[in-house]
Design a protein around this ligand. Structure first.
Ligand SMILES: C[S@@+](CC[C@H](N)C(=O)[O-])C[C@H]1O[C@@H](n2cnc3c(N)ncnc32)[C@H](O)[C@@H]1O
Length: 327
């Protein structure tokens, strides 16, 4: 049965097929209203995940068709952020080009008028070694440990502000700001560093387009933007997993990291803006949007994932009332 499964003072979670819902009863009411579409669609997989992904050309065609569904929903300065993992050829130690062709087809869809603002890489060393046959059994490939994130928009300058996602300064930079000592002059990269270029304290350094969920260099401290929720550092995520364990429910197998969702919501929206996730799963996007005071709308086709998404809002650290419509 389709329709709203639960709602909060800021958002609604719909059960149903996003393709159908966004081209029928929500298409008019959402037109030109969405500031950010933040989503991680089913990845192109060769072995079927429990939520049933399409394969090959069927996947590509399905994926690309969403560009023309999403584009009219966006505000003129709105953004689309899509996270997609790598795909592999069936039974071969060879990477598929399907995810790249799908992303290229999406941004180039002639009915959508989109452009790529920037590509990000999300490095997640905690991902299980895969593809297992080539990585752990035959040992001829290394662990596939990142996802692609494409930030797209309808205009060259969508709303964005990197001052909202500043990373804490490194120890070295903090010392430099204190001591006011460093070597100015030409670097081997040809950059000419001025006498006072590094003296201004900007409250943090500018984020990079590689989002590290654990430090790439072990000895280096992880410097996620200050206001980004971190799985390692908050109890909020534990709350969701604890609830799943208590109720003997298997958590969604492909949850988006909270860090990733909060990073893009902070970077590309203001409080009160509307964030849409058409492939919502356990509703990481809606949860983070609620946490950050943004409106949200999420859609999920599978009831079992939709139902577990409700627990997130039982988290006492989340502000706002929530209402379950159907169980
Ligand atoms: C990669 S998961 C998203 C996980 C989510 N970001 C989270 O943090 O839990 C993709 C989700 O899209 C859902 N899905 C697949 N096709 C869909 C469709 N046509 N409409 C709505 N949801 C769909 C799947 O059931 C799956 O839960």
């Amino acid at each position: 049965m389709e329709g709203i499964l639960y709602a909060t003072d800021l958002g609604n979670y719909y059960l149903g097929d996003s393709q159908k819902i966004l081209t029928s009863y929500l298409s008019d009411s959402l037109k030109g209203k969405v500031q950010l579409i933040l989503t991680s669609p089913p990845f192109p997989l060769n072995n079927k995940k429990s939520y049933g992904n399409l394969n090959g050309d069927d996947y590509k065609e399905w994926f690309i068709s969403f560009a023309e569904i999403f584009s009219p929903l966006l505000k003129e300065d709105g953004s689309i952020v899509i996270e997609l993992g790598n795909a592999w050829e069936p039974k071969r130690p060879v990477q598929s080009l399907l995810h790249l062709e799908s992303l290229l087809g999406f941004v180039n869809n002639p009915k959508a008028n989109l452009r790529l603002c920037q590509e990000f890489i999300c490095y997640n060393p905690s991902r299980l070694p895969s593809p297992a046959q080539w990585v752990t059994i035959e040992r001829i490939r290394v662990v596939d440990s990142f996802t692609h994130i494409w930030w797209m928009s309808k205009s060259d300058c969508p709303k964005s502000d990197n001052r909202r996602i500043l990373r804490p300064y490194s120890k070295e930079m903090k010392n430099l700001l204190k001591s006011k000592k460093y070597n100015p002059g030409k670097r081997p990269s040809e950059h000419d560093i001025g006498q006072t270029s590094f003296f201004k304290d900007n409250n943090g350094s500018i984020a990079h387009n590689v989002i590290e969920l654990e430090p790439i260099i072990e000895k280096k401290e992880l410097r996620l933007p200050k206001n980004v929720i971190s799985i390692a550092n908050t109890n909020s995520n534990d709350f969701f997993l604890r609830k799943c364990r208590e109720r003997n429910i298997k958590p969604h197998p492909a949850r988006m990291p909270l860090e990733l969702a909060t990073f893009f919501i902070e970077f590309l929206t203001d409080p009160g803006d509307l964030v849409l996730d058409p492939f919502a799963g356990s509703n990481t996007t809606g949860y983070c949007a609620q946490y950050l005071g943004r409106k949200w709308l999420s859609i999920e086709i599978h009831k079992k994932y939709a139902e577990q998404a409700i627990f997130r809002f039982e988290d006492p650290s989340i502000e706002g009332d929530f209402y379950v419509y159907r169980k």
